[in-house]
Write a protein that binds this ligand. Structure first.
Ligand code: NAD
Length: 367
């Protein structure tokens, strides 16, 4: 039986509650003989700040570097609103993304038929939706220098962020998108704003050249990011894989999130480069949602985004596609049976708790 080392970073708020369901699922998968999962736990975000004044400690960073994959819950909450900027909870996640060089963020948006009524859009627009947003995660305006606020000395200040992309960054994220599309419906939509941004012109040129050179068998389309936002709400099923930069990806993936009904449903994967020596990729898997302080500690959180993140880990880090399919099918069957946490409940049925949802999914796991 293959053995995999996982670092669990539950974080804050509902993070530990949804991570507990993943631990149960890992135990069940081990019992079923899928693989052996060795887990270690670390602290991140506010929990890490409370313990040692940092958003993640050096020793937990070392564990993350050594793990086959990291499973991350969520960070943040009002308790840490006043902490210094450098050690705010989100800094832990940014550090992980940076040091593990996680440049590709994969966010599937899937609308389970049983949940079509939970979306704010009409059933026919979202039912059966299955798209994948590939967001560049380590470049662009969130990291570009200069990044500062300068005092202009006349009672005015100037805030500066820099949008910057090099060819290699666009190429490697483009490759991830094209490779994924080949395993799906073979279509990539690349998005930028080349009408007003130089980085967008380079993005477009680079994707076009990469496509011509290595991926001519994949259908490639281009959409300006604002127009793509509109199309995502108008007719999302026209898309298969969408590839875009850090800033636009942040926004477009949140729009896609709402198509599926609830933030509590959305998993994500962040992948680094394949290490040529070990043939492994650094990777971190996390739900899209935050720490949900409004419901933390109440047993109300939907664990599906976290469990779905584990399924992505099985698929993309461990090559356990069958096990990932089984987890996804168990989620689907649980929803089809009418079981709902409060966030996805739309009728008079009673909502079930986080742990009851986890148990129901595990009970539907088929060998
Ligand atoms: P949020 O995602 O935590 O919550 C938004 C809304 O969705 C809330 O009403 C919440 O109850 C609900 N929700 C979220 N996840 C849910 C789940 N699994 N089940 C049921 N309902 C769920 O976003 P927010 O309220 O804007 O932010 C709260 C805190 O989380 C902030 O400190 C923010 O900085 C942080 N945050 C962290 C991450 C992360 O760790 N990656 C991401 C986003 C926000």
């Amino acid at each position: 039986m293959n053995s995999y080392k996982l670092l669990l970073l539950p974080g804050d708020g509902i993070g530990p509650e949804v991570m507990a369901e993943v631990e149960k699922m890992l135990a069940r998968l081990t019992e079923m003989g899928v693989a052996r999962f060795e887990t270690e736990r670390g602290l991140v975000g506010g929990a890490a700040y409370d313990a040692h004044g940092q958003a993640i400690s050096e020793s937990d960073m070392a564990l993350a570097m050594a793990a086959d994959a990291v499973l991350f819950g969520a960070v943040g909450g009002p308790k840490w609103d006043g902490v210094p900027y450098e050690v705010r909870p989100e800094a832990g996640l940014l550090r992980l993304r940076k040091d593990l060089a996680l440049f590709a963020n994969l966010r599937p948006a899937i609308c389970y038929p049983a949940l079509a009524e939970a979306s704010s859009l009409k059933r026919e627009i979202v039912e059966g939706l299955d798209i994948m947003i590939v967001r560049e995660l380590t470049g662009g305006v969130y990291f570009g220098e200069p990044k500062q606020i300068i005092d202009l000395g006349n009672g005015q200040k100037r805030g500066i962020d820099t949008q910057v992309y090099d060819t290699y960054e666009i190429e490697r994220i483009g490759r991830v998108a094209f490779e994924l599309a080949r395993k799906r419906r073979n279509k990539v939509t690349s998005s930028e704003k080349r009408n007003v941004m130089k980085s967008g012109v380079l993005w477009h040129e680079t994707i076009v050249a990469l496509h011509r050179r290595d991926y001519a068998d994949v259908t490639l389309e281009h959409q300006l990011a604002d127009s793509l936002a509109m199309q995502l709400v108008r007719w999302p099923k026209q898309f298969d894989v969408i590839v875009t930069d850090n800033l636009f990806g942040d926004m477009l993936s949140d729009i896609a999130a709402m198509l599926t009904g609830s933030l509590g449903m959305l998993p994500s994967a962040s992948l680094g480069e394949v290490d040529k020596a070990t043939d492994k990729r650094r990777a971190l898997y996390e739900p899209v949602h935050g720490s949900a302080p409004d419901i933390a500690g109440k047993g109300m959180a939907n664990p599906i985004a976290m469990i779905g993140s584990l399924a992505m880990c099985l698929r993309y880090s461990f090559g356990l596609g069958d096990a990932a399919d089984a987890v996804d099918a168990a989620i689907s069957a649980t929803l089809a049976a009418g079981l709902r946490t409060a966030d996805i409940k739309s009728d008079a049925r009673e909502a079930i708790s986080t742990s009851a949802m986890g148990d129901a999914i595990i009970a539907r796991l088929k060998a």
